[in-house]
Design a binder for this molecule. Structure first.
Ligand code: SF4
Length: 419
């Protein structure tokens, strides 16, 4: 009679499937399998239950199973011959992997970029221009009486965000181009086409400041709500980050928040904040690590021997679309799905070294594929929640696969010239 496998229960487990990084999950492991994930939402549950110890995972060279040594040799040859390498992804990694990626990029004279380039890059450019007023999700949960989602639909993309971080008695407002799942739960829904967001924000700025202007009744009523709240927050997402001048739209939003925090009026007791809804589990960490290591949050080029930053010039979608990359190191295949078609074409035509869990789906055949451990499943680490709060990750399952930090460090060691 087979012996029952031992059960292990882990509490306060963090989930990195989306930027909420919920850290209250209860995971039960039987042998080397996760059999239950209490607290996981519909996005997270299949992800946790699909994890394994990655037994028998081996690297691949040109799609064929290989030894680790042969894979490292091929990857090192690619990196040594590359004149314009790109390191991209990083938002499914952790602080440890991101630091190793920056060190390798620095040594190679490469460009390093994160998935912010296909997401909140315009928001980062905007906050560099006009600043931002921020708070933690804990402060929102404890104090907010007005919560606005503008161009974001957390019920679909961050399913536990409302439950975990929004007070149930706060007024919920959704501003979006269509009636999303979150809009259906909102007390106030204002429909605005993506192309009109900038006008809507400037209209609100004028109404909040008491400047006479033409405005629809919906916007006048919303401006009164904004002025009447004690603690308001706007969570904004991809509906505001689209288009060539998206950074101007987000500047207007951040300036509206600054207007609402104008305390030259002693009667004002209001506090207002804006927070980005981040997609991946540690994209906020990627911004942070790149900033403290290079001075810049994304799109950093080391070709001159020092870090240079220029969105559009050194960001992966544009670099790849222009064909200015001759080799790529990708951390997390999933992150390449959001790249524009021209960029994906280049990725199919240059040698790619991919670091990812063995199950990741691929839009291209990498020259070298290293199966890596998953942080928060097989390796400890630190991920940053969408409000930049650092969350520790636990080990739930064993694996023989190295972490991406291990692989990058080994590549760095091997690519260095021997004296
Ligand atoms: S909301 Fe996001 S972080 Fe929380 S359990 Fe769901 S996928 Fe994971």
């Amino acid at each position: 009679m087979p012996q029952p496998l031992p059960l292990q229960t882990f509490t306060d487990v963090a989930c990195t499937v989306c930027g909420c990084v919920c850290d209250d999950l209860r995971i039960v492991v039987e042998g080397e399998r996760i059999i239950s994930a209490d607290g996981a939402c519909e996005l997270a549950r299949p992800w946790f239950l699909g994890q394994s110890s990655q037994a028998d995972s081996a690297p691949e060279v040109d799609g064929v199973s290989s030894t680790w040594n042969a894979a490292y040799d091929r990857a090192v040859a690619i990196l040594k011959s590359a004149r314009a390498p790109l390191i991209y992804g990083l938002s499914r990694s952790t602080t440890e992997g991101q630091r190793a990626a920056v060190a390798l990029a620095d040594f190679l004279g490469a460009t390093i970029d994160t998935t912010a380039s296909t997401g909140h890059a315009p928001s980062i450019v905007a906050l560099q221009q006009v600043g931002e007023s921020t708070c933690t999700l804990g402060e929102v949960k404890q104090r907010a009486d007005l919560v606005i989602f503008w161009g974001s639909d957390p019920v679909t993309t961050h399913p536990r965000h409302l439950e975990r971080y929004c007070p149930p008695d706060a007024t919920l407002v959704v501003i979006d181009s269509s009636e999303t799942a979150t809009a259906k739960r909102a007390e106030i829904f204002v429909k605005v086409p993506v192309a009109n967001n900038w006008d809507a924000l400037w209209t609100l700025r004028m109404l909040v400041k008491g400047i006479a202007c033409e405005a629809a009744p919906d916007w006048r009523a919303l401006a009164e709500r904004l002025k009447a709240c004690r603690f308001g927050v706007v969570f904004f997402g991809s509906g505001l980050t689209q288009g060539r001048l998206a950074h101007r739209t987000i500047e207007a939003l951040l300036q509206l928040v600054t207007d609402l925090n104008d305390h030259t009026d002693p009667e004002t007791r209001r506090r207002f904040y804006a927070r980005r809804m981040r997609r991946y589990g540690d994209v906020a960490g990627a911004d942070s690590v790149l900033t403290w290591q290079t001075g810049y949050p994304f799109g950093v080029n080391f070709a001159a021997g020092y870090p240079r930053y220029n969105p559009g010039e050194f960001t992966a979608p544009e670099l790849l679309a222009r064909g200015e990359v001759d080799a790529a190191v990708v951390l997390g295949a999933e992150t390449t799905h959001d790249l524009p078609p021209d960029a994906q074409t280049t990725l199919r035509n240059v040698p790619v070294i991919l670091l990812d869990a063995p199950t990741g789906k691929l839009p291209f055949v990498p020259a070298v594929r290293f199966p890596t451990a998953v942080y928060g499943i097989h390796r400890p680490g630190t991920a940053y929640r969408l409000d930049e709060v650092a969350i520790p990750l636990k080990v739930l399952l064993p694996t023989s696969c190295p972490s991406d930090a291990d692989v990058l460090t080994t590549l760095h060691e091997r690519v260095k010239p021997t004296l």
